[in-house]
Design a binder for this molecule. Sequence first.
Ligand code: PLP
Length: 247
Amino acid sequence: MEHQGRGVGPALAEARERLRRAEVAALREPGSVRLLLATKTLPADVVREAVQADAQACATTGARSAILGENRAQELVAKAPALADLAPTWHFIGPLQSNKVNAVLRHAACVQTVASLDLARRLAERAVASGRTLEVMLQVNVSGETTKAGAAPDDAVPLALQVAGLDGLRLTGFMTVGANSPDLGVVRAGYALLRQVRDAVLASGADGTEHACELSMGMSGDLEAAVAEGATVVRLGTAVFGARPRP
Ligand SMILES: *Cc1c(COP(=O)(O)O)cnc(C)c1O
């Protein structure tokens, strides 16, 4: 794992500064966009370094501490206990197979990648059985790229209303992976679409939609476009940890 030779601490401070500049440029309150650190492929000790550097950065700026995001159930299960003393908030941000639901629920406060009523019902059932409320976001495929997961934008509003009505779940917002395009205008239009989905769901006034404010969008390559379109959470991997080894 390389951090372009800088180490995680300086890279994290730089990413936080980049986020702050994006907030200012978009006339958003500095510190208002939550940082999520995407920890896939990273060993727990590197994640620990990042969490500690983040705590320092937040102590001086007053920003809220970063969320940790994991894509694979097995990695979450391995890393969460190793970092439990830091009491981080984990979000699950990858494809979730039904046989991994229990493992993910043990550690994650939020599953950002709900894209079907079937998965939502499974999660709801498990949450009710363990006497808790699980936060979920609806993943939307704003670009229509066939390689990407998520509900189609046209299906997203009705699906969100159904998910919001399930006992055991709290719909907190919407998540997307931006278009894979060199044209930032295209990327940004996709983020605007996610915001429109969110606004339509909030405007519905339907039961359980009142908390669905979050927009988890923007990654290392395009966080400025996402912040300009109203992101409330940006998910950064390479900007903080350097390039990941290719699978
Ligand atoms: C890996 C990952 C990220 C971070 O991507 P970078 O381009 O490395 O910042 C964000 N979201 C999801 C869902 C990811 O899998």
